[in-house]
Design a protein around this ligand. Structure first.
Ligand code: BG6
Length: 507
């Protein structure tokens, strides 16, 4: 175990939910196996359901067996880990139950003979975050500004005004340095690698600007539908669920200026600068820069799947978008005139997230026209998932006696280069919370600026319900309107690179 880290208790509110089961506990278990957690570490799950410790542990073990990157847990190590897990049943926001939890935390301090650091993870519906935060403050169990932390899951508010209210409340109760607003995309290895790629190499930065880059595409495509989350998703939609956070965070990493150091605030300042430079979208322009879609029934991997409106907990006439595509412009010296196209959707053709940087054509074409028939501008693809890696497309002379140019790809794949399974995003982020490193978390101004970017679209879409939903079949790449959005500028979406087992890339 990590003896450098101080004794810590992690309290997970919403311990009966999907996130705890699928992501948080498998991540904590892997950190435990890698001996990254503090020597004295305990996890207390809080939820309303009556359960004893053993049943709680059994359920969590099922989650680990199903979702851990290492596969099924081994009995011996699971039992050691499980001894650190306990369950606390009750409505935490009720005064008497809150007091009991406080006493449970004191017992750890007593047992370890030190006031342990406390992490309160709010894996609860957005509607009760406020009440839980107020209760934490009034019980005085999260008051050590340097050692007690609060992790808040997305969605952080549902628009700019509610995010500002929530930030106002949280910062009136706790120090900003105690608040960890989580966006799990920032914990993904490949997303973190964008910074390393850009700023640890001298090769790319000189061409990373409007002079050499024609446009940028960011695609986050999923094959899943809304699963068991219809109740939440139908009130959120793709813009709130994915664009406001994950896609805009990726855009920030691609577009930000080089930070002076890797210090949390330095990196976060540079990201906020990007959000502030995004050209505000005027109401009369929305139809030209933003499109939405909703899936109808269709086929994914040969299996028929229902339409969104037939999903569990979704209104049969729902106007919620399950697909969104935007064109954003960044008004600064580096990016003036370079469109950033973003798209995301559920029930698309493949699960794939990637960023493609399309470079401008070579300034002078010296080869005879017959030689360049299959010529393509350079492109760089940052593959976030799956098949994590980087692909650069260059032009080469095709072997033979005729002068014929054509594209080839140079590839780096994580699985070839490193031969290890990278940690899951939640492993990285949970460890950062325990260590007190906020670099990969969002600051209030970032969250609010991101809401500011999409607010005009949210308002316009809410005011005018879509006329043609559902407008894309499950299993396609989204609605036709998304193709038209980008075609207007003479561009087209690149089919994401899906590599086969030999690493050959289909484009
Ligand atoms: C979550 C969204 O934040 O990210 C989900 O709420 C989405 O709707 C998920 O499915 C995608 O995450 P990943 O890591 O599978 O790309």
């Amino acid at each position: 175990m990590n003896t450098q880290l101080e004794p810590t208790v992690m309290v997970i509110f919403g311990a009966g939910g999907d996130l705890t089961w699928r992501k948080l506990v498998p991540a904590l278990y892997n950190l435990y196996l890698d001996r990254r957690l503090p020597e004295q570490f305990a996890i207390v799950g809080v939820a309303r359901q009556e359960l004893d410790d053993d049943s709680f542990r059994r359920r969590l073990r099922e989650g680990v067996d199903l979702f851990s990157r290492r596969g099924r847990a081994e009995d011996a190590s699971w039992n050691e880990f499980a001894a650190r897990l306990s369950y606390f049943a009750g409505d935490f926001t009720a005064p008497e139950t809150g007091g009991l939890l406080g006493r449970r935390l004191d017992e750890f301090d007593h047992q370890w003979d030190i006031r342990a650091a406390r992490v309160f993870y709010l894996a609860i519906p957005p509607g009760i975050v406020e009440a839980a935060a107020r209760q934490l403050e009034s019980l005085g169990i999260c008051k050590d500004c340097t050692r007690d932390r609060l992790v808040v899951e997305k969605p952080f508010g549902r628009d700019l005004a509610s995010a500002q209210n929530l930030d106002g409340l949280l910062t009136s109760l706790f120090a900003e340095s105690q608040i960890y607003r989580i966006d799990h995309y920032l914990g993904k290895e490949t997303v973190q690698n964008i910074l390393a790629f850009r700023f640890a190499n001298s090769l790319f930065e000189p061409v990373w600007n409007r002079r050499y880059i024609d446009h940028v595409q960011i695609t986050v495509a999923e094959t899943v539908g809304v699963e068991e989350r219809g109740g939440y998703y139908d009130k959120a939609g793709a813009l709130r669920d994915m664009v406001q956070n994950h896609l805009l965070q990726i855009l920030c990493l691609i577009a930000m200026e080089p930070p002076v150091s890797f210090a949390a605030d330095e990196v976060r300042n540079k990201k906020v600068d990007v959000l502030r430079a995004i050209r505000p979208i005027l109401p009369e322009e929305i139809h030209r820069v933003a499109v939405r879609g909703q899936y109808g029934k269709g086929t994914i991997a040969g299996k028929g799947v229902p339409a969104y409106r037939e999903e569990h907990d979704v209104a049969p006439d729902s106007a919620t978008e399950t697909f969104a595509a935007l064109k954003l412009s960044i008004d600064n010296w580096r990016w003036q005139g370079v469109p950033f196209y973003l798209r995301t959707g559920k029930r698309l053709h493949a699960k794939v997230s990637e960023v493609t940087i399309l470079f401008r054509p070579a300034p002078h074409q010296l080869f005879p026209p017959a030689a360049v028939e299959s010529w393509q501008p350079n492109r760089l693809v940052l593959r976030i998932q799956p098949e994590e890696g980087i692909v650069t497309r260059i032009q080469v002379k095709q072997p033979g006696t005729r002068l014929l140019l054509g594209p080839v790809d140079m590839q780096f794949r994580y699985r070839d280069a490193f031969r290890v399974t990278p940690p899951e995003a939640y492993e990285t982020l949970l460890l950062d919370v325990v260590r007190g490193d906020a670099t990969l978390f969002m600051r209030a101004d970032q969250v609010e600026s991101a809401w500011g970017v999409i607010s005009p679209i949210l308002d316009a879409w809410e005011a005018v319900p879509p006329a043609d939903f559902p407008d894309y079949p499950a299993g396609s790449w989204g609605p036709e309107s998304a193709d038209l959005l980008i075609a207007k500028e003479g561009h087209s979406w690149l089919t994401p690179t899906i590599a086969d087992d030999e690493g050959k890339v289909e484009t």
